[in-house]
Design a protein around this ligand. Structure first.
Ligand SMILES: [Zn+2]
Length: 206
């Protein structure tokens, strides 16, 4: 298959391979959705996105056009080639039963989370990708999510700055396995307490 064009409902995971030279576009269809995303070298999934290496290399904490996403081995995986949102987070991590409990309330523990979606997607694909498990979930990217860092160094989960129809587009620099959790979170303002669908597209470049 040379490309995808799929709508991923709110709260659902998506996995697919973007081939070297292909573009991947994620569209925030209704605005202020958080799209928790991880990338792996498709040829060796022990190599994966590294927030630390990416931040260190570019000398800034937000991701936008021109950012090269680096792996845990320091190799380029993808480059952000278009960004009509302007800011993406890679510090806030993925929501989980544990973070729902710590941030919100014990009663939120059983709510659907990105970590559960990641694990579900890995389990469904375990035959194809060499058996990825929870050990293979490093710190992720939150596309369209606004997590500003204050001058005092505090993290804030703030109102989203994205809007309906905004997108981020990446060029794969190697064959890349993409793991997305279209965040189901109902407890923070980044998505206006309202998870919404996204569109995922990939295509060959001339
Ligand atoms: Zn989430």
């Amino acid at each position: 298959m040379s490309g995808y064009d799929e709508v991923v409902p709110a709260g659902e995971p998506w996995m697919g391979v973007v081939r070297h030279g292909q573009s991947l576009r994620i569209v925030d269809l209704e605005g202020n959705q958080a799209v928790d995303t991880l990338f792996y070298n498709a040829a060796d999934t022990a190599e994966h996105y590294s927030a630390q290496n990416t931040i260190q290399a570019q000398g800034r904490i937000y991701l936008t056009t021109g950012t090269t996403l680096l792996s845990n081995r320091g190799n380029p995986l993808l480059r952000i080639e278009e960004d009509t949102c302007g800011r993406h987070d890679t510090l806030g991590g993925a929501c989980s039963a544990e973070s729902n409990t710590v941030r919100y309330a014990l009663g939120k523990r059983s709510m659907h989370s990105c970590r559960d979606s990641f694990l579900l997607a890995l389990a469904r694909h375990s035959g194809k990708d060499g058996g990825l498990t929870k050990r293979d979930l490093p710190s992720n990217i939150n596309f369209f999510m606004n997590v500003p860092v204050t001058p005092a160094g505090e993290l804030r989960f703030a109102d989203g700055i994205s809007a309906a129809g905004r997108h981020v587009q990446l060029r794969a620099l190697v064959d890349t396995l993409v793991l997305i959790s279209n965040c189901p979170q109902l407890n923070n303002p980044c998505n206006a307490y309202n998870p919404t669908p996204i569109r995922v597209m990939t295509w060959d470049n001339a």
